[in-house]
Design a protein around this ligand. Structure first.
Ligand code: YOG
Length: 134
């Protein structure tokens, strides 16, 4: 059975989100608000086609992609920097490399028990998020 990330997920922990946001150049006032958020992810997975909608009371961000197909990402409402993104499978992990102005930018999703994990990387910063099913 291939891994299926589909579902509605609520953030339960968010380690070093501050460091990740600083690396992305997010200003102090925006970081103060963003730190308080408890985002939800709605993921729809159909084979290698993904819809990932991250929502919060402040901003939301929609990403749609196919594994193995590079696409332009605008990061609108986040840091607004454009990059070229490519998502691939590394065993059961979904790995995104975001090539652009920021070095070492990307993220990895995987399932661990009943939890959804997300590691967000930018430059020398790593943010670790854990989500539970809503
Ligand atoms: O997820 O790319 O699931 O896109 C990262 C926020 C905060 C806005 C959220 C809004 C980075 C202000 C998306 C938070 C900080 C701070 C809810 C993570 C930037 C700006 C949208 C992400 C992938 C993988 C799919």
């Amino acid at each position: 059975m291939p891994v299926d990330f589909s579902g509605t997920w609520n953030l339960v922990s968010n380690d070093n989100f501050e460091g990740y946001m600083v690396a992305l150049g997010i200003d102090f006032a925006t970081r103060k608000i963003a730190k308080m958020l408890k985002p939800q992810k709605v993921i729809k997975q159909d084979g290698d086609s993904f819809y990932i909608h991250t929502t919060s009371t402040f901003r939301d961000y929609l990403l749609e992609f196919k594994v193995g197909e590079e696409f332009e990402e605008d990061n609108k409402g986040l840091d607004n920097r454009k990059c070229k993104s490519l998502v691939t499978w590394e065993n059961d992990k979904l790995v995104c490399v975001q090539t652009g102005e920021k070095k070492n930018r990307g993220w990895t999703h995987w399932l661990e028990g009943d939890d959804l994990h997300l590691e967000l990387r930018c430059e020398n910063q790593v943010c670790r998020q854990v989500f539970k099913r809503a």
